[in-house]
Design a protein around this ligand. Structure first.
Ligand code: FES
Ligand SMILES: [Fe+2]
Length: 378
């Protein structure tokens, strides 16, 4: 009797250990088969800034229309599916590298490659012609994309399919004017053959206004009462005053002698220039993202709470056009290797604070390794 019980116990124990051994053996295979693999690997796009960037406007992306953008030389295909949801996926087909934005959206909401017809749903392989039974646990990277108040923001560093890359920690910035019904706006976009950081820093440059721009006051070019305030870890603001130029809008429409200007940055690339003259406010918001090392796309919005009838829009378009031409002419003459300069004055405070905030928050390869190592040790 005693023997048969002990035999039973040892038999059960053996079964249990065999089962444990099998689980141990097949678990990694099971986990691996559930894991989603995407190509190219995240090392190709991961260190392009851990932020959301404005890449266009809601109206730029129509249903079933395929758009291709370059973000720091990495091609991304953006489309709105049948439900109206925006998708941003790598533009490189994992079969033979064809540009997916030259394909089409099928009735099953799949993005079809124009070369051999592979079908992707939100970046994952749904169907390969002639190869039935393929599992959809592999595909191409799919990126985070958000819409806010008519603008579209992309985070090109985190793949939501494989869950690898760098997740954006900085919130998307929306200017208060975008939510305020008293303001009307005009918008525009321009491709500029200069690095995005140079374009952003130029808008944060207080002192260039009177020397570069025809609307500046060359009779009294130096702003007074320059004051910097930190808004948060990702944003800062400088407030300063100017004597209004005799032929400026502030003088002619606002009847102002002095002009108050607020100049803000919000990481990664937003600048806000808010000009107060009497009761009138004009706010220019810019965003500029890198399409390559020395090539950027600049988006701008000009908000105003005066002359709000759209009949006046062309005046502001012309004004923006002249202003940008004046800026670009100067930027084109800056020496590539000396963009950061050697010396600063108190009027360069906004640019310097922007650089400081960028360096503190931007995650490069080294910082990423350090952060992950510390996390693993905790
Ligand atoms: S290259 Fe896309 S299906 Fe062959
Ligand atoms: Fe300028």
């Amino acid at each position: 009797m005693y023997l048969s019980i002990s035999f039973l116990i040892s038999y059960k124990k053996n079964i249990l250990s065999i089962l444990m051994f099998l689980v141990y053996l097949f678990l990694p295979i099971l986990i691996y088969s559930l894991k989603i693999v995407t190509k190219p690997f995240s090392s190709t796009y991961k260190f392009k800034g851990n932020f959301y960037w404005k890449i266009g406007r809601t109206n730029d992306f129509l249903k079933k229309d395929l758009k291709r953008i370059l973000f720091d030389d990495f091609p991304i295909c953006i489309y709105r599916d049948d439900r109206g949801i925006l998708n941003a996926v790598s533009d490189i087909c994992m079969h033979r590298g064809a540009s997916l934005s030259r394909g089409k959206i099928l009735n099953n909401d799949c993005l079809q490659c124009p070369y051999h017809g592979w079908e992707y749903k939100s970046g994952l392989i749904e169907n390969i012609p002639g190869c039935p039974g393929i599992k959809n646990n592999f595909g191409i990277p799919s990126f985070l994309i958000e819409e806010r108040y008519g603008d579209v923001f992309l985070c090109p560093t985190f793949d939501t399919n494989s869950k690898v890359g760098i997740y954006p920690e900085v919130p998307i910035y929306v200017p208060p004017e975008a939510k305020n019904k008293d303001f009307t706006k005009i918008s525009g976009v321009k491709q500029i053959h200069r690095p995005f950081s140079l374009i952003t820093e130029n808008v944060l440059d207080i002192m260039h206004i009177s020397y570069v721009h025809s609307f500046g006051n060359s009779l009294a070019p130096v702003p007074f009462e320059v004051e910097y305030d930190k808004i948060n870890d990702y944003s800062g603001k400088t407030t300063f005053y100017y004597t209004a130029g005799p032929t400026s809008m502030s003088s002619l429409i606002g009847g102002a002698t002095y002009v108050k200007v607020e100049n803000e940055f919000h990481l990664p690339d937003t600048t806000v220039t808010r000009v107060f003259a009497g009761n009138i406010i004009k706010t220019i918001v810019t965003n500029s993202y890198p399409i390559g090392k020395n090539e950027s796309i600049l988006h701008f919005d000009l908000y105003r709470n005066f002359l709000v009838n759209p009949i006046f829009d062309p005046i502001f378009h012309i004004q923006m056009d002249i202003t940008l031409k004046e800026d670009i002419r100067i930027l084109n003459g800056i020496y590539d290797n000396y963009i950061k300069g050697f010396m600063n004055t108190k009027y360069d405070v906004t640019q310097l604070k922007y650089r400081e905030s960028w360096n503190r928050n931007y995650i490069d390869e080294e910082k990423y390794k350090l952060k992950n190592n510390t996390k693993n040790k905790i």
